[in-house]
Write a protein that binds this ligand. Structure first.
Ligand code: PGA
Length: 256
C-alpha cells in the first residue's frame, strides 16, 4: 500500500466556522467519505476549540484532524492564549496549517514568525502544511515565483524530512477564480525544485493546490503534474462537495 507521501492529500480548512452540533454531523459525514478509500490521505483543519471533540468523533476513522495554526513559542510558559505544537500532538492532532494567507494578512505573520512555527512543528512531529502564494498584483508584476521562493526560504537550515506545501494564490482564495492548469503546473514544479534545493535530498514532499477548489474543478486540477492534492476551504463545509472532491482525487488513480 502507498504511504501517505505517495498518496494524494485532500485537506479541508474550516476557518472560523462551525458549531458543536453542526460540526459533529459534518465530521461524521466526512469520516464516512474518508473511509470509502484508502488511496487518499484525508484531513480537516478545524478551529482549536473543537479539536478534542473532533478527535473523539472521528476516532477510528481515516479522517485526520489538523489545527489551523500553532504557536510560534516552542516551550511551555507565560504565553497567554497560545496553543503549542506539543499540546496539539499531545491530544492526537496530526497536522497544522502555517502561514495561511489570512494569518499573514490579518495577523501580520512574517517569515521570522513562520520559521519558528515550522521549527516547533518539526520538533513536535506535527506535520506542517506551509501555505504560500502570491497576490494578483504580484502575479501581474511577474513576481509570483519570487514571492513563493521568499516564503519557502524559511525551510533553509531546518531538519525538514517531511513537508506539505499548499500553493494558494491569494487571489484564488474564496473568489471562484483559479489559475490555468499550466500556471498551476509551472508553480508546483518550481516549488518542488526549491524544496529539493533547500532540504535534505530524501525529503518527503506533498504539494497541494488551494484556492476555490470545488466539486466541478477538482478532477481537472488533480490531473495536473506535481499536484499532490488540494487544500479546500468553502467546499469543505459541505459533506457533498468535500466527498465529491475526494472521489475526484481517486478517479485518476483508479484509471492508472
Ligand atoms: P477556498 O479557501 O477553497 O474557500 O478558496 C481555500 C483556503 O483558504 O485554504
Amino acid at each position: 500500500m502507498a504511504t501517505k507521501w505517495q498518496q494524494k492529500w485532500i485537506l479541508g480548512n474550516w476557518k472560523m466556522n462551525g458549531r458543536l452540533e453542526t460540526s459533529g454531523a459534518l465530521l461524521h459525514d466526512l469520516s464516512l467519505a474518508a473511509n470509502q478509500t484508502s488511496q487518499i490521505y484525508c484531513g480537516v483543519a478545524i478551529p482549536a476549540l473543537y479539536l478534542p471533540y473532533a478527535l473523539d468523533w472521528t476516532s477510528g476513522s481515516q479522517l485526520h484532524i489538523g489545527a489551523e495554526d500553532v504557536s510560534r513559542f516552542g516551550t511551555d510558559g507565560a504565553y497567554t492564549g497560545e496553543i503549542s505544537a506539543t499540546m496539539l500532538t499531545d491530544i492526537g492532532v496530526r497536522f497544522a496549517l502555517i502561514g495561511h494567507s489570512e494569518r499573514r494578512q490579518y495577523f501580520h505573520e512574517n517569515n521570522t514568525c513562520l520559521h519558528q512555527k515550522l521549527q516547533n512543528c518539526l520538533k513536535a512531529a506535527l506535520i506542517p502544511v506551509l501555505c504560500v502564494g502570491e497576490t494578483s498584483q504580484q502575479r501581474e508584476a511577474g513576481q509570483a515565483e519570487n514571492v513563493v521562493a521568499d516564503q519557502l526560504a524559511i525551510l533553509t537550515g531546518l531538519p525538514v524530512n517531511e513537508i506539505v506545501i499548499a500553493y494558494e494564490p491569494v487571489w484564488a482564495i474564496g473568489s471562484g477564480k483559479i489559475p490555468t492548469a499550466a500556471q498551476i503546473e509551472q508553480m508546483h514544479t518550481f516549488i518542488y525544485q526549491r524544496i529539493l534545493s533547500l532540504c535534505p535530498k530524501d525529503v518527503k514532499i506533498r504539494v497541494l493546490y488551494g484556492g476555490s477548489v470545488n466539486q466541478n474543478n477538482a478532477a481537472e486540477i488533480m490531473t495536473v503534474r506535481h499536484v499532490d492534492g488540494a487544500l479546500v476551504g468553502g467546499a469543505s463545509l459541505q459533506a457533498d462537495s468535500f466527498t465529491a472532491i475526494i472521489q475526484a482525487a481517486c478517479a485518476p488513480l483508479n484509471k492508472s
